[in-house]
Design a protein around this ligand. Sequence first.
Ligand code: SF4
Length: 456
Amino acid sequence: MLGALDMFAIGIGPSSSHTIGPMKASLKFVELLDTEGIINKVTRLEANLYGSLALTGEGHGTVFAVLNGLSGKHPKTVDPDLFLKLVEQIKKDKQINLLDKHKVDFDITHDLLLHKKEFLPEHANGMSFVAYNDNKILLSKRYFSIGGGFIVDDNEIKNLSNQVADDVKIPYPFRTGAELFGLCEKNGFSIAKLVTRNELVRKTGEQFRIEALEIIEAMHKSVLRGISIEGFLPGSLEVRRRANGLYNKLNVESINSSLHDQRLLAMAFAIGVNEENAAFGKVVTAPTNGSAGTIPGVLEYYIRYGKDVTEDKLVEFILTAGAIGMLYKFGASISAAEVGCQGEIGVACSMASAALTAVLGGSLIQIAKAAEIAMEHSLGMTCDPIGGLVQIPCIERNGVAASRAIDIARLALLEEESGRVSLDDVIKTMLQTGHDMGMRYKETALGGLAVNVVNC
Ligand code: SF4
């Protein structure tokens, strides 16, 4: 059962599909070795990254993530300050401590292989792990990182369309916008209330609320860190962090009445979060790491400038955003390797626009309209990160998406009727457009800005 809060995961940057997913997969593999009681027999371990993971894996921190995962670290709890130190240690010692329990020789140039020209047939983000006892294979598994930090194995990928099917019976199941908005209308529920009712089959309302507040708090902290740090981001591009300078220039005390400046400030918040993401900091996938800044940028704008902001309203914001994200997960994809940046920034903008419309008092029609407008004008957005780093265009793109979401919410609030294009129409179109898009525009860094901007 996929829930609204599953669209958000607190974890390390810079990429949910290329950092968080591979880190979870490699951790899962060593945990499996442990449960099967064979971890102590391992004399050699080989990790293979295929397709998009290999092509942009260095810039997206995939190699570092795999090394941390094999060492027993989880993206949510890993200390960002120790993340790179552990990698340096493994490189220096030429040894890895599997699950922090069993040391084996490990040379990343021979034991962690990047297959840049080979794509596994099932998905562009494939990886495999093989554990040996001398020449005998003890265990071999393939995993796929399918976006937003979600991973599936060999068997699960075969049933991917059913993977989010109802394994738990919920009172208000939905997979499309028509179903979600129809159920809300019929029962007189807000979107937040409907997804909460669904969650009550597996947890208490109090637990669910605590989880929602934890996500909101993590987003808020990532904004505060993002706007307070200066300097350069890691990587060959030598990108200077801008959020702190923008925030200071905007003279925060004097802009309360100017929507224009408030939008600029929301851009600074979003940019700050994605600078944190690029620096291997802690952020919340929303719905991915590359797009982690858009929703917190808009949320922080609402916290500071919204009227009568309450904890309930913040929870409504995050649950509405999550429910809209679920529609894309069900009906299309949130993986840039599958559908380009439409699936990251496009979806984040759609989620943020709908969430802001909801907490500003929008009707169901207006919320659906905001979600639809945001994606309609993100159709065709390619993924072409320069140097394979989640920096250019990613960071600024979050700022622009946050500002757009604020405008879109305000536009939707002025209109009372549904337009000609439904949210489901646009979700379907986004998927088709993504499938038609050339592979070089789908998180491979082989096209677009990635080849036209000199990286030196
Ligand atoms: S261009 Fe978009 S999809 Fe690609 S890495 Fe950057 S944020 Fe993610």
